[in-house]
Each structure stands twice: as structure tokens, then as C-alpha cells.
Design a binder for this molecule. Structure first.
Ligand SMILES: [Zn+2]
Length: 67
């Protein structure tokens, strides 16, 4: 299951760069099937919100899927 490693890497990369359409598609297809990656995304999203709440800058490439 190298898929999860790839997906979590993309989720992490999304904090630092804009993902390609293909990368987002891979994430969107994978997250509904994998609670582990969904939890990972929630965790890094919380970290990102905390990091950006001061500046008020929204990071690009936010995934709006299951919550
Ligand atoms: Zn996964």
C-alpha cells in the first residue's frame, strides 16, 4: 500500500506549493476510501489553520470534500 504514503506526501506538499490537477484528483479519489489519510489531512489542516490564523492568508489548494 504505497498509495497512502503518496497521498499523505501530497497533502503535506499542498501546504507548501500548489498541487497539480492530477494530484488533487488522486487525493479526492483516495480520501473517501481511507480513514487514515482523512485523519492525516485533518491534522495537518488544523496545523495550517493555526499557522495561518495570524496572517489571515488562505493557503491555496484547500480540499473541500467530506466535512
Ligand atoms: Zn490512505
Amino acid at each position: 500500500m504505497g498509495k497512502c504514503k503518496h497521498i499523505t506526501r501530497l497533502l503535506s506538499d499542498a501546504l507548501d506549493r500548489s498541487l497539480t490537477t492530477g494530484e488533487w484528483v488522486a487525493i479526492r479519489l483516495h480520501l473517501p476510501t481511507c480513514s487514515g489519510c482523512r485523519n492525516y489531512r485533518k491534522q495537518i489542516r488544523l496545523l495550517r489553520v493555526a499557522a495561518h490564523s495570524v496572517s489571515g492568508i488562505a493557503a491555496p489548494g484547500t480540499v473541500n470534500s467530506d466535512d
